[in-house]
Design a protein around this ligand. Structure first.
Ligand code: SF4
Ligand code: SF4
Length: 164
């Protein structure tokens, strides 16, 4: 069983691998369109052996975009009015998106559990996107995400190693 990569090492490791990933993308752009099954298989294998509770780096460092539907769900589970959720937890960022006021996320516990897990925002559910359809459209975003998420880093490493 592979040892889980320490997320603290990722910024350096990912930056080092970035030229290789970009080379792979430039060479395999077309081929990548038919590679969802392989990417999703890698995602499943790697995420199954990854313990997100010993990491939580995404909840600590990335601010998910909060949609109106997310806001409604959060208000319901927190038993607050939407306006109260906004006042207590949210702000509008420079792109005009609703995001958490503070990071690490206010709902991340000291045990790395999410206290609103069943009602967490859609962006949290979808992260780290390596199981998304048409992964090739997210390849460049994944290069960025590899600096944060061990799953993304390993998916890119395996993908490029097996398909030079
Ligand atoms: S999704 Fe990635 S960054 Fe988030 S907790 Fe899991 S391994 Fe860590
Ligand atoms: S809402 Fe939950 S899953 Fe989303 S960032 Fe906060 S702690 Fe993480």
């Amino acid at each position: 069983m592979n040892k889980q990569i320490d997320y603290k090492l990722l910024p350096k490791l990912a930056v080092k691998s970035e030229p290789e990933w970009k080379r792979f993308y430039a060479k395999n752009k077309k081929k990548l369109e038919g590679m969802d099954v392989l990417v999703h298989t890698l995602h499943n294998v790697i995420s199954n052996r990854t313990d997100c509770l010993s990491c939580a780096n995404c909840c600590r460092s990335l601010g998910p975009r909060i949609t109106d539907k997310d806001l409604d769900r959060m208000a319901k589970v927190l038993r607050l009015k939407s306006t109260e959720v906004i006042a207590n937890y949210l702000r509008i960022d420079e792109d005009g998106d609703m995001v958490f006021k503070t990071m690490p996320c206010p709902f991340l516990g000291s045990d790395n559990y999410c206290s609103i897990y069943e009602s967490r925002p859609k962006a949290c559910r979808e992260y780290p996107h390596t199981d998304r359809k048409r992964f090739y459209q997210l390849f460049n975003l994944s290069i960025k995400n590899a600096q944060t998420c061990p799953i993304v880093y390993e998916v890119l490493q395996e993908l490029t190693k097996n398909n030079p």
